[in-house]
Design a protein around this ligand. Structure first.
Ligand code: SPD
Length: 431
């Protein structure tokens, strides 16, 4: 009997019969980046549209590079993933993505009905080695990288430059996104400020400056900033700002909007600036990795995420702004409390004066001061190593004393436990 059961169990394990992958959708997204109630709604909608069942397995990441290394190794069979622009470019160049099948039968194609022309043109600018990013990815949220600051301690003037992260007045009150590429891009804009003003450097070209000399200059700048930094954060900076534990946060606009709204309820005045030296606009988009096992459900997921009512709920839950240029979305985020902004680039040529939150939807004049990031290919490694050198030894002498004391305590505890066990064993043997 044993002889039959064991091989059978092994075979079951090997063929993965426990899980029918056509009924499972594995989604890998940034943390805090969705209204979680839309996940079961997708499952019901998918069944309604296709007559097929699907169960979503939803996992999250905080840093683009963590997500990428999992996919690159091919050990994970995620069906749909949400990387940022320069990572999408990298994935395209390394043939890691499948083209998106837009054939949804009788289900409407929400993707192409609603995509903002601005986002489409930014995706066109990605260099996918002959492949157009719009054929392989669909934008989800987008935004800017800027400075979130507490107006009680920081003036608008002080927050108008990236140099605020080296301003000693804010020592131990500064939080910086743990995102090497985003920080590098803003600091190189700062360092080349004069060359840009004199027309010697084009800011779009600047995003490809990866020489050892440029990386060293940013490293030196960031090592000075580090002396004042209270923390490198992936997601917790916004809370620190709301609680006034941080006064300055180099962050993304969506976290800025979330923090500004939360803080306002507690009477804290947080603001967001786009520094005068220029800044980057970023885009996160859905892609289907080549190791995906349920391509059909992945395409439907992307389509569902583009449906205007779902878009509105995700924006409201996260503070981030959707790539959707649908009129319903524009209406939902129009409010007379805001000054009009020129959003003709984003919605339609007629939208030159829309009363919308400028942190969510920057004015055309601001967008004209921005640029977008690109893949660095092999040079990425130099950046990652530089970043760990910058953050690396953030520990002071107390940290080392603490680590030493903790290790000593664990070793002593292990010795005591072992000695007791031996004593018990010896006395058992004696009995
Ligand atoms: N908590 C979700 C944050 C996602 C923001 N993505 C920004 C990427 C910038 N490169």
């Amino acid at each position: 009997m044993k002889r039959i059961i064991l091989p059978l169990a092994a075979a079951l394990l090997l063929c993965g019969c426990a899980e029918d992958r056509s009924q499972v959708l594995k989604v890998y997204n940034w943390s805090d980046y969705i209204d979680e109630e839309v996940i079961p709604e997708f499952e019901a909608w998918y069944e309604e549209q296709t007559g097929e069942k699907v169960k979503v397995i939803y996992q999250t990441f905080d840093i683009n590079e963590t997500m990428l290394s999992k996919i690159e190794k091919g050990h994970e069979d995620y069906d749909v993933v949400c990387p940022s622009d320069y990572i999408i470019e990298r994935m395209l160049r390394s043939d890691l993505l499948l083209p998106l099948d837009r054939n949804f039968g009788s289900t409407p194609n929400y993707i192409d009905e609603n995509l903002s022309p601005y986002i489409r043109s930014c995706f066109d600018k990605m260099d996918g080695n002959g492949k157009n990013a719009n054929d392989y990815s669909v934008g989800y949220m987008w935004g800017t990288t800027g400075i979130l600051y507490n107006a009680k301690y920081v003036t608008d003037e002080e927050a108008s430059t990236w140099d605020i992260i080296r301003n000693p007045k804010f020592a131990d009150k500064i939080f910086i996104k743990d995102s090497a590429r985003d920080v590098y891009s803003q600091i190189i804009l700062k360092l080349k400020e004069k060359d840009i003003a004199e027309g010697k450097v084009d800011i779009d070209q600047l995003m490809n400056y990866t020489s050892d000399e440029d990386i060293a200059a940013v490293e030196q700048y960031m090592k000075q900033a580090k002396e004042l930094v209270a923390g490198w954060e992936a997601d917790f900076g916004k809370d620190q700002m709301v609680q006034e534990l941080g006064w300055v946060n180099l962050t993304w606009s969506g976290d800025g909007v979330w923090a500004i709204d939360e803080a306002a309820e507690q009477g804290v005045d947080l603001r967001y600036s786009l520094p005068k030296e220029g800044f980057t606009v970023w885009f996160d988009g859905w892609v289907i990795p080549k190791f995906a096992q349920n391509v059909k459900a992945a395409s439907y997921w992307i389509n569902f995420m583009s449906r205007p009512d779902i878009v509105i709920r995700n924006v409201e839950a996260t503070g981030y702004v959707s790539v959707s240029g649908a009129p319903e979305v524009r209406e939902a985020f129009t409010d007379e409390e805001f000054e009009p902004v020129d959003l003709s680039y984003f919605f339609s040529p007629a939208d030159t004066a829309v009363c919308a939150n400028p942190v969510l939807y920057p004015d055309k004049a601001d967008i004209n001061r921005s640029t977008q990031e690109h893949d660095w290919g092999e040079n990425t490694e130099k950046l990652i190593t530089m970043w760990s050198r910058v953050k690396g030894d953030n520990a002071n002498v107390f940290t080392y004393v603490f680590i030493f004391a903790a290790l000593a305590a664990v070793s002593i505890a292990a010795i005591v436990v072992n000695a007791r066990k031996n004593r018990r064993r010896r006395s058992r043997r004696r009995r």
